[in-house]
Design a protein around this ligand. Structure first.
Ligand SMILES: CC(C)(COP(=O)(O)OP(=O)(O)OC[C@H]1O[C@@H](n2cnc3c(N)ncnc32)[C@H](O)[C@@H]1OP(=O)(O)O)[C@@H](O)C(=O)NCCC(=O)NCCS
Length: 173
């Protein structure tokens, strides 16, 4: 990670997610960027970072050799939203994740956005399965035609993400 990019990236997430959620998501992004295995993909316009997505390792307890990531957060600066930046970072990311042999990517996100990149609702567990009160936002993108092992069972996200409130969908409508 280029240290000069930490501030612009956290700033993108702070502004993208607005006053209510932005500060907490920016803090989460900063903690992810401090982890060695985080993958960060940004889009620039006129040399400035205007969009970013982070991927952190996502572990199936019974399948430690599976290479999976959790997508979060994804943000685009408000004034650049609606011009293809989100699409660009998603497409670049998927190519990169494929190239490094990723088995699957997971996201707890907007069910109208991610399916356009191939994500589908999944029955695999979140780290807090009891808090997933609606199935649609929890999605998976399988990147290998056939995974060596069918993934199942308990899952673990990186430590800053192992807080129940991030996984509780009961407040979503
Ligand atoms: C969601 C977000 C990342 C999309 O980035 P963007 O640069 O505005 O998106 P793009 O312009 O690349 O749009 C790509 C496509 O997705 C659609 N799209 C954009 N935002 C969408 C949303 N929230 N829900 C559904 N579709 C959406 C666009 O209409 C476009 O469709 P098209 O290709 O058929 O024209 C951005 O709006 C954002 O940062 N939002 C606030 C933070 C957030 O909600 N992040 C995702 C949390 S899961």
């Amino acid at each position: 990670m280029n240290h000069a990019e930490i501030e612009p990236i956290t700033n993108v997430h702070r502004l993208a997610f607005g006053d209510a959620e932005g500060p907490e998501i920016a803090k989460l992004a900063e903690s992810f960027l401090a982890l060695p295995d985080t993958i960060s993909i940004s889009a620039k316009r006129a040399g400035k970072i205007v969009g970013n997505v982070l991927f952190t390792p996502f572990v199936f307890q019974d399948h430690p050799d599976a290479k999976c990531y959790l997508l979060a957060p994804l943000g685009v600066l408000p004034e650049y939203q609606g011009y293809g930046v989100g699409k660009e970072v998603m497409e670049t990311s998927i190519e990169h994740l494929k190239s490094i042999g990723t088995d699957a990517v997971f996201v707890l996100g907007v069910p109208t956005f991610y399916p356009r990149f191939g994500f589908v609702a999944t029955e695999k567990q979140t780290p807090f399965p009891d808090l997933l009160t609606m199935p649609e936002p929890w999605m998976e993108l399988a990147l290998k035609a056939k995974s060596a092992i069918p993934l199942s069972g308990k899952t673990i996200a990186v430590e800053p993400f192992m807080q129940p409130h991030f996984w509780d969908t009961s407040g979503r409508g």
